[in-house]
Ligand binder design. Structure first.
Ligand code: NAD
Length: 356
C-alpha cells in the first residue's frame, strides 16, 4: 500500500518526537511491505518565524493532498505576545476547520507496567482502563452564536449550543463503527434532563443505534459520567459526546491513566483523511534535550495506520512493541520510577523500532 503522509513537526519537542514516530512508520512499511511517502511542512510558531503565519497556504495544500497528517505540537513562550488569530495554535483550529475534522478520538489506556502512575486507588484501577472518547469537534457551543448585550444584570455575554441532526448522526456513526471493533458498548453522554440540544442529540443517537443491533447503547448525564470515570472507569468502552463535554471528559479520562507523554489522538473527517497528534503540548522546557517521551506520537502513528489506512495488524504491532519496551523496564523521565531504566527520546524510539 502507498501511504502518503504530511508531517508537521511544529515547535518545542515537536521535531524530536515526530522524528521517532516517522522512524517507526518507516520500520512498519519495511516489515509489512508498504511504500511510505512523508512530506514535511511548517506549522505553528516555526511557520510564523519563517513565513509570517501559523498555517501557510503551502502547508494546508500539502495536507489536503495527503492521505493523512502527523503533527507534533505547536506553541511556545516566544509567540505568547501574539494576538488570537496570529498565534501558533491557529494552525490546529485552521486545519480542523478547513479539513472538516469533526470526530476527535482520544483513547485512554492504562498500560499494565505503568499501573502505579494511575492516581486512582489500586482496587478501582484493578478493573483496567481502556476507554475511547469520541468527541464532536466542529460544532456545538464552541462554534455557536455568541455575543454581548444589555440584560437585567448589566452587560451580559452568551454562547449558544446548537446541533443539527446530520452533525449528531455522523459522530454517532463514528462511535458505533469504532465500538464494533472493540467491546461493542457505546455510552452517549448528554444533559438531556436540562438541554434541548441534548434531547435532539439523544434521539438521533437512538435512531443510529437501530442500525447497530450488535452494539449496546447506554445514555449517561454528563455530571454522572464525570463521577463514574473516577468511580469505575472499567465500565466504559466507547464514550461519545458533544464538543464541550468531550473537551472536559477526555482530559479527565486521560489523567486517570497517569502520564501525558503516553496519550495519542486522532481527528477524523470524511473519507480516510485524518490528523494524528499527541495530546500534550510543545513542552518548551525540555525541547531539543532528548528528554521528551515520543510514545504518545508513536501511538498516534499507530492510530493513523488503523483509522486512515485500515491497517489493523500494523497498528497492533506498533502498540505491542510499545508494551514490550515498557514491560522490559525502559522509561523516559516523565514515566520513570525506581527500578526502571531511564532512556532519552531517541533511544526510546530506537527500542520500539527494534521491538517491531
Ligand atoms: P505541555 O503539554 O507542553 O507541557 C506540560 C508539562 O508536561 C511540561 O512539564 C512538559 O515538560 C511535560 N510534557 C509534555 N509532553 C511531554 C512529553 N512528550 N514527554 C515528557 N514530558 C512532557 O503544556 P504547556 O506547558 O501548558 O504548554 C506548552 C506550549 O504548548 C504552550 O505554548 C501551549 O500553548 C502549547 N500547547 C500545544 C498543544 C498542541 O499543539 N496540540 C496542546 C497543548 C499546549
Amino acid at each position: 500500500m502507498q501511504l502518503s503522509i504530511a508531517v508537521l513537526p511544529g515547535d518545542g519537542i515537536g521535531p524530536d518526537i515526530v522524528k521517532e514516530a516517522q522512524s517507526v512508520l518507516e520500520r512498519v512499511a519495511e516489515k509489512f511491505s508498504h511504500r511510505i511517502e512523508c512530506q514535511q511542512y511548517d506549522a505553528g510558531g516555526a511557520a510564523i518565524d519563517k513565513l509570517g503565519e501559523p498555517l501557510p497556504e503551502k502547508t494546508l495544500a500539502g495536507c489536503r493532498a495527503s492521505d493523512s497528517i502527523l503533527l507534533g505540537a505547536v506553541g511556545g513562550p516566544q509567540w505568547d505576545h501574539l494576538s488570537g488569530s496570529d498565534r501558533p495554535e491557529r494552525a490546529l483550529l485552521g486545519l480542523r476547520g478547513a479539513l472538516e475534522l469533526y470526530a476527535n478520538l482520544r483513547p485512554a489506556v492504562l498500560y499494565e507496567p505503568l499501573r502505579e502512575a494511575c492516581p486512582l486507588q489500586a482496587d478501582i484501577a484493578a478493573g483496567g482502563i481502556d476507554i475511547m472518547v469520541v468527541r464532536e469537534l466542529t460544532g456545538g457551543i464552541y462554534f455557536g452564536d455568541r455575543g454581548r448585550r444589555q440584560g437585567r444584570y448589566g452587560e451580559e455575554a452568551y454562547d449558544t449550543e446548537a446541533y443539527g441532526e446530520a452533525e449528531v448522526e455522523r459522530i454517532a456513526r463514528t462511535a458505533f463503527d469504532i465500538a464494533r471493533k472493540r467491546k461493542k458498548h457505546v455510552t452517549s453522554v448528554d444533559k438531556a434532563n436540562v438541554l434541548e440540544s441534548s434531547r435532539l442529540w439523544r434521539s438521533v443517537v437512538v435512531a443510529v443505534a437501530g442500525e447497530y443491533p450488535d452494539v449496546t447503547l447506554e445514555h449517561m448525564y454528563v455530571d454522572n459520567a464525570a463521577m463514574q470515570l473516577v468511580r469505575d472507569p472499567s465500565q466504559f468502552d466507547v464514550l461519545v459526546t458533544t464538543n464541550m463535554f468531550g473537551d472536559i471528559l477526555s482530559d479527565e479520562a486521560s489523567m486517570i491513566t497517569g502520564s501525558i507523554g503516553m496519550l495519542p489522538s486522532a481527528s477524523l473527517g470524511k473519507e480516510r483523511l485524518g490528523m494524528y497528534e499527541p495530546i500534550h503540548g510543545s513542552a518548551p522546557d525540555i525541547a531539543g534535550q532528548d528528554k521528551a517521551n515520543p510514545i504518545a506520537t508513536i501511538l498516534s502513528a499507530a492510530m493513523m495506520l488503523r483509522y486512515s489506512f485500515g491497517l489493523a495488524a500494523e497498528a497492533d504491532a506498533v502498540e505491542a512493541a510499545v508494551s514490550e519496551v515498557l514491560q522490559a523496564g525502559y522509561r523516559t523521565g516523565d514515566i520513570a520510577s525506581a527500578g526502571t531504566t531511564l532512556v532519552g527520546t531517541r533511544k526510546m524510539g530506537q527500542l520500539i523500532c527494534e521491538a517491531l
